[in-house]
Design a binder for this molecule. Structure first.
Ligand SMILES: [Zn+2]
Ligand SMILES: [Zn+2]
Length: 184
């Protein structure tokens, strides 16, 4: 089956705070990106189950960065490998590595894209027709252009340029997926 992604929860930045939670299916890998704040754990698990998957089926969790709104529900997937900017964590094994070019699965790679925090990464999924970027470089399609929480806005601009050079679709940290300007 070709690699595919499904938004489990569309994020929002206000008035409530919800992370965009995404499921990526790639070969044997069942990947959840940013299992963070949600109205309930069922708001993440019910959509997962609608794809015929139980929490124990999730093999990998990727977190875009360390803020709790993107991480509070990692524990739903206690047997998954957890990937962040500098390591992979699995049960009681901590494996240090860079996220730059880290291959999570055959079609999924991570890039270091700091700026919102020093620990931000972007997850890239290549499908037959699209290059999809799961990233907090954008909160939503509508902005904010200047990240009010940025540790380094210049790095955010650099990260956005890098992502826009390849991605056809952005799945932002707190909003619905959107097409990039150069893609149709
Ligand atoms: Zn954040
Ligand atoms: Zn956030």
């Amino acid at each position: 089956m070709p690699a595919a992604y499904h938004v489990l929860q569309e994020g929002m930045a206000g008035p409530k705070v919800r992370s965009t939670v995404t499921l990526v299916l790639d070969g044997d890998h069942v990947i959840v990106i940013d299992p963070g704040m949600a109205p309930s754990q069922a708001a993440i698990l019910d959509p997962l189950r609608s794809h015929g998957l139980e929490p124990a089926d999730v093999t990998d969790v990727v977190i875009s960065h360390h803020h709790p709104d993107h991480t509070v529900n990692i524990g739903l997937f206690g047997d998954a490998r957890v990937h962040d900017y500098w390591a992979t964590y699995h049960h009681d094994t901590w494996t240090s590595r860079s996220a730059e070019g880290f291959q999570v699965s055959p079609s999924v790679v991570t890039w270091l894209t700091p700026g919102h925090t020093r620990e931000d990464i972007t997850t890239i999924l290549r499908t037959e027709n699209d290059v999809i970027a799961f990233t907090h470089l954008w909160w939503t399609a509508e902005g904010p252009e200047i990240d009010p929480r940025a540790t380094d806005q210049t790095q955010i601009e650099e990260g956005r340029s890098r992502v826009l050079a390849e991605a056809t679709l952005i799945v932002p940290g707190h909003g619905a997926p959107f097409r990039t300007p150069d893609s149709t």
